[in-house]
Ligand binder design. Structure first.
Ligand SMILES: Cc1cc2nc3c(=O)[nH]c(=O)nc-3n(C[C@H](O)[C@H](O)[C@H](O)COP(=O)(O)O)c2cc1C
Length: 145
């Protein structure tokens, strides 16, 4: 089964809620999907992924440095997924998802445009958008029938 891996950094659960909804959306399209905190993300898991979604909230106008390092480690491990997506919760400026997309493109992952950003805690309509993104990702990696 095609597989989506969603990796997130979330300090108070907002970006995690987005990640969980992306997984829900993907699963509803009958692909394998799981969400992992970037601390526990295993490179092997990512190597076997057909799509990778990466999310981070914005701190001091960027993503937190450990997330940046994590994305760089993907490049070193030669992780290449067919499809990518970037997302994250933010407060007022929200740079992190755009920066994630840029880094993913640098390592050769084709990232869905536009990135998905939600201000603070996702409301039901935001969760629905996250599910929609999960479905879009799944549709892109499902074999044509
Ligand atoms: C110390 C600190 C710095 C922050 N800096 C920014 C920032 O520069 N731009 C922004 O849009 N939001 C900023 N925020 C807001 C967070 O991105 C926002 O609270 C987000 O919902 C947190 O999501 P999370 O629970 O997934 O970490 C900051 C929050 C804190 C606590």
């Amino acid at each position: 089964m095609p597989k989506v891996v969603v990796v997130y950094l979330s300090t108070s659960g907002n970006t995690k809620a987005m990640a969980d909804a992306i997984v829900e959306g993907a699963v509803s399209r009958n692909v394998d999907a799981l969400a992992m905190n970037f601390h526990e993300a295993k490179i092997e898991e990512l190597k076997s992924a057909d799509a990778i979604a990466i999310g981070s909230s914005t701190f001091y106008y960027k993503m937190l440095p450990p997330m940046e390092k994590f994305i760089e480690s993907l490049a070193k491990a030669n992780v290449k997924a067919k499809v990518g997506a970037a997302f994250g919760s933010y407060g007022w400026s929200g740079e992190a998802p755009g920066m994630i997309a840029e880094k993913m493109r640098e390592i050769g992952i084709k990232v869905i445009d536009p990135v998905l950003r939600v201000q603070y805690a996702p409301a039901e309509k935001d969760i629905e958008e996250c599910r929609r993104l999960g479905k879009d990702i799944a549709n892109k990696i499902k074999p044509a029938r």
